[in-house]
Write a protein that binds this ligand. Structure first.
Ligand SMILES: Cc1cc2nc3c(=O)[nH]c(=O)nc-3n(C[C@H](O)[C@H](O)[C@H](O)COP(=O)(O)O)c2cc1C
Length: 210
């Protein structure tokens, strides 16, 4: 039985969301095809109490200096650690988000700030190189973009979110990463239905074999 984490970042609203529709479709088909797997979901936009604030940085510095933590820091560390443990114990990851200002939503960046943690998900070798500690995992990145970045001409260098997700997952040892984009619906609303239809069929195919 595999454990799948679906990690969404989209502000709750009554507005229809294409990226969340894609995540919903993935979940529906995945569950049909893998009925015995465990699927756990977060929407990070509904709140994350563990940003890189003064408490987090104090924990970081005290850990380096091998100093003991105060009560507030201990509680904060335990709360963060639950996310880290969940991430380590999962076999498959699905990240779903709209592109915001060429990047992932800030809440998803905060999530990576939590799970990018030594010595749980990566460490540094003696010669100072990062080495991933997550083995045999795979990931899917679902993203909607108002413009077109992954087409002709190739503008993918501006899609910093997808590059970032691939980079941080790579550092943690996850190199099997697929991306599915639905792009250009703001740029060409008349083509929105066709764009979504194509993206949904890729989602369906991916969910069957993920
Ligand atoms: C604050 C904000 C910033 C955005 N920045 C970009 C951007 O940099 N590039 C882009 O192509 N689209 C951008 N968009 C458009 C969204 O990525 C696009 O509308 C997407 O399809 C929304 O997905 P959703 O239906 O899941 O909300 C932005 C939208 C918002 C609200």
């Amino acid at each position: 039985m595999a454990k799948v984490l679906i990690i969404r970042a989209h502000p709750a609203s009554s507005k229809k969301s294409n990226s969340m529709d894609m995540a919903d479709k993935f979940k529906e088909v995945y569950k049909q095809e893998h009925p015995n797997d465990e699927v756990i979901e977060y929407n990070l936009s509904s709140g994350n109490a563990y940003p890189l604030n003064d408490t987090a940085i104090s924990i970081y510095n005290k850990s380096l200096a091998k100093e003991s933590l105060n009560i507030t820091e201990k509680e904060f560390r335990e709360g963060r650690q639950k996310y880290v443990d969940e991430f380590v114990s999962a076999d498959k990851y699905v990240f779903a988000n709209p592109m915001y200002n060429l990047f992932i939503p800030a809440e998803m960046k905060t999530y990576f700030d939590i799970v990018m943690q030594i010595p749980d998900t990566f460490h540094y070798t003696k010669d100072g190189k990062p080495e991933g500690l997550l083995k045999n995992k795979k990931a899917l990145h679902i993203q909607t973009d108002g413009g077109i970045y992954h087409g002709e001409p190739d503008m993918s260098f501006l899609d910093l979110g997808d590059q970032y997700i691939r980079s941080v997952l790579g550092i943690m040892g996850v190199s099997d990463v697929e991306s599915i984009f639905a792009e250009g619906m703001d740029y060409a609303p008349d083509k929105a239905d066709a764009i979504m239809e194509k993206a949904m069929s890729r989602i369906e195919e991916c969910a069957k074999n993920f």
